[in-house]
Design a protein around this ligand. Structure first.
Ligand SMILES: Nc1ncnc2c1ncn2[C@@H]1O[C@H](COP(=O)(O)OP(=O)(O)OP(=O)(O)O)[C@@H](O)[C@H]1O
Ligand SMILES: [Mg+2]
Length: 258
C-alpha cells in the first residue's frame, strides 16, 4: 500500500509546494514510484513540474466532483517514476460544490485508494477548507513546513486542532511525520531563534534537515524543473536530498501522533 503524505499548513507561502515537488523528485530518484496530488487550485505544483495546464484531459476537479477515475487524468512528468494528478483553477469550485455532497471529506481518499505507488504526496492549498480536509483524510502521515520567520508559529494551533478533529471523526490513522523548517537563513539570529522555538513546540518532531533560503529553489519552478534537475549542486538541492532520506527513514517507523 502506498505511503500517503499530506504537506499542509494553512499559512501561505511557507514552502509546501517547493517541498512537495523536490521531495517527490528525490524519492523518485531513489527508485520509488511517486504520485504527487496537486490539491491547490493555484496549480503551482503542476506547473512547477512542467505540466501544461491548458492541454489536460481533466484534472483533480473532474476526479473529486465528476467521479472521473484518477488514472484518466494522471500525467507523467519528465522525471522517471514521478507522476502528477494535476490541478487547475476550476478546482476552486470544488471547495463550494462539494459542500452539498454526501461523504464530501472522503472524495480524495476514495479516488486514490486503489492506486499502486510507493508514495503519494498531497500538496494542500493555504486554507483549512474542504480540500485540505480531503488531503488530511486521505493521508497516513502529515508533514508541516514552517517558514523560519517571526510569525512562524502563528496559526499552527489552529492546524493542530484541525488535525485532532480529523483524527477523532474522519481519519484516526493520521500521524504527524514531522515539522520541516524552511527558508532558514543561517546568517540571522532570528532564523536560529525561530528554529529553537519550533523545536520547543514540537519536541522530537522537527526534521534534522533544515531547508535553507536558496534562490535556486525559487528559480527552478519557472523552468518546470525540480531542484535536482535545475541545479543539483546547490545548497537547496542537498537539503531536499537529505530531507527525502529522512522521510524514507521515518516512513519505516510507526506513525507518531502528537
Ligand atoms: N528554501 C527556499 N528558498 C528560497 N525561496 C523559496 C524557498 N522555498 C520556497 N521558496 C519560494 O517562496 C515562495 C513560496 O513557496 P511555495 O510556493 O513553495 O509555498 P507554498 O506554501 O506552497 O505557498 P502557497 O501557500 O501559496 O501554496 C515561492 O516563490 C518559492 O519559490
Ligand atoms: Mg503551494
Amino acid at each position: 500500500m502506498a505511503h500517503i503524505i499530506a504537506i499542509a499548513n494553512q499559512k501561505g507561502g511557507v514552502g509546501k509546494t517547493t517541498t512537495t515537488i523536490n521531495l517527490g523528485a528525490y524519492l523518485a530518484d531513489g527508485k520509488k514510484s511517486v504520485l504527487i496530488v496537486d490539491l491547490d487550485p493555484q496549480g503551482n505544483t503542476s506547473s512547477g513540474l512542467g505540466i501544461a495546464k491548458d492541454k489536460l484531459a481533466g484534472d483533480l476537479y473532474d476526479v473529486l466532483v465528476e467521479k472521473m477515475p484518477a488514472l484518466a487524468v494522471v500525467q507523467e512528468t519528465a522525471i522517471k517514476g514521478l507522476s502528477v494528478l494535476p490541478a487547475s483553477p476550476v478546482l476552486a469550485a470544488a471547495e463550494v460544490e462539494l459542500v452539498a455532497h454526501a461523504k464530501r471529506e472522503f472524495k480524495l481518499r476514495e479516488a486514490i485508494k486503489d492506486l499502486s505507488y510507493d508514495y503519494i504526496i498531497i500538496d494542500c492549498p493555504p486554507s483549512l477548507g474542504i480540500l485540505t480536509i480531503n488531503g488530511l483524510v486521505a493521508a497516513n502521515d502529515l508533514i508541516i513546513p514552517v517558514q523560519a520567520e517571526f510569525y512562524a508559529l502563528e496559526g499552527l494551533g489552529q492546524l493542530v486542532q484541525t488535525v485532532q478533529r480529523v483524527r477523532k471523526g474522519l481519519n484516526p490513522k493520521l500521524g504527524l511525520m514531522g515539522v520541516l523548517v524552511t527558508m532558514h537563513n543561517g546568517r540571522t539570529s532570528l532564523s536560529t531563534q525561530v528554529h529553537s522555538e519550533i523545536k520547543r513546540h514540537f519536541p522530537d518532531k522537527v526534521f534534522d534537515t533544515v531547508i535553507p533560503r536558496n534562490v535556486r529553489l525559487a528559480e527552478a519552478p519557472s523552468f518546470g524543473k525540480s531542484i535536482m534537475h535545475y541545479d543539483k549542486w546547490s545548497k537547496g538541492a542537498k537539503a531536499y536530498k537529505d530531507f527525502a532520506k529522512e522521510v524514507v527513514k521515518r516512513s519505516k517507523q510507526p506513525a507518531g501522533k502528537s
